[in-house]
Design a protein around this ligand. Structure first.
Ligand code: NAP
Length: 307
């Protein structure tokens, strides 16, 4: 067992994890936060954030910096390490990681998720400059412009319907002719006059200089190739929760999300889940922040032995 025993260990330095650390520190708890990449999580890749209360527009990098600064100024200890699991050791929980083991009374998992990517080489270059994984977050940046949505599931078609109300046109690119999305979602989209469909089609190119200007598609049935001028590409081909390391200690749902309700309690006492990694309806910055507050408050009570 490691020398230091923290009251609370937080896995993940995105909005949920950093908010949790603020609440736990303000409650007087010792807090260690593990992050494996960069603080801020998904927003660190976002060009601008316009839906976080108090900010008309703030760059994702600046908001990430502010969250991190606030957490560390309040005394959160941080370490760059990748959690590989959680073990129970008597009354304590030990987080195993690539470079060490960290022991605490309670653990908050706030590891977020990754969006499945297209696999095209240019994709990363245009993240925040035309490529987005979140229509609710970034749609307003493409008001009165042409955009494309990749995917045929509920997220893609829901995103397309949302975008159709503000964008000049929306092109849905899907690799099959049938949609995976629910009938009601398909019907809702079919009612929009500014939506075009490229079915049986794969994305072949993401083009532009400093920002996205067009995408390439190829029809896999006819072999026809097209270049479609768009300012935005919304990639909605599934999400990949990063919860595999915890599957033996907390219950996951069929998609890999940690089963936890609005109280952020998992199936294991003393382990909480906050933000996009847990089962929830709306995955947004504000709901991640709210989870951070709830998870930390409940983890503090657990660490105090009052529950
Ligand atoms: P999803 O249902 O897994 O759909 C992913 C879509 O992306 C599918 O159409 C799939 O095509 C396509 N796709 C996957 N990999 C691809 C690739 N490499 N290249 C191109 N296309 C690819 O994911 P989701 O839409 O994010 O939804 C996840 C879960 O949340 C689902 O259960 C969904 O019903 C649920 N959800 C519900 C709501 C709602 O109820 N309002 C809203 C959003 C999401 P194929 O169809 O050919 O496999």
């Amino acid at each position: 067992m490691s020398e230091n025993i923290y009251d609370i260990i937080i896995i993940g330095g995105g909005c949920a994890g950093l908010t949790a650390s603020v609440y736990a520190r303000r409650a007087g708890k010792t807090v260690l936060l593990l992050e494996n990449n960069s603080f801020g999580g998904q927003i660190s890749l976002s060009d601008g954030v316009e839906n976080f209360p108090g900010f008309m527009n703030i760059s994702g990098v600046e908001l990430s910096d502010r969250l991190h600064t606030q957490a560390t100024a309040l005394g959160t200890e941080t370490v760059f390490d990748t959690a590989t699991g959680i073990k129970e050791s008597g009354a304590y929980k030990t987080v195993t990681a690539e470079y060490g083991e960290y022991t605490g009374r309670a653990v908050i998992i706030a590891g977020g998720l990754r969006h499945r990517k297209t696999g095209l080489a240019e994709e990363d270059k245009f993240i925040g400059k035309g490529v987005s994984y979140c229509a609710v977050c970034d749609g307003a940046f493409y008001k009165n412009k042409g955009v494309a949505v990749l995917g045929g599931g509920n997220t893609a078609l829901g995103d397309a319907a949302f975008l159709a109300d503000m964008c000049e046109s929306v092109t849905v690119i899907h690799r099959r002719s049938e949609f995976r999305a629910d009938k009601s979602t398909v019907l809702k989209l079919k009612g929009k006059s500014n939506v075009n469909y490229e079915l049986d089609s794969v994305l072949t190119a993401i083009n532009g200089e400093n920002s996205l200007t067009s995408v390439g598609v190829e029809n896999t049935v006819t072999g026809e190739k097209k270049e479609i001028p768009v300012s935005g590409l919304f990639v909605a081909i599934g999400q990949l929760p990063q919860n595999g390391a915890y599957k033996d200690i907390v219950e996951l749902d069929e998609y890999g999300y940690i089963k936890a309700g609005e109280d952020c309690r998992t199936s294991r006492a003393g382990i909480f889940a906050a933000g996009d990694c847990r089962t929830k309806e709306l995955r947004q910055l504000v709901t991640a922040a709210a989870d951070g507050a709830v998870a930390a408050t409940n983890a503090c009570s657990y660490a105090d032995g009052v529950e």
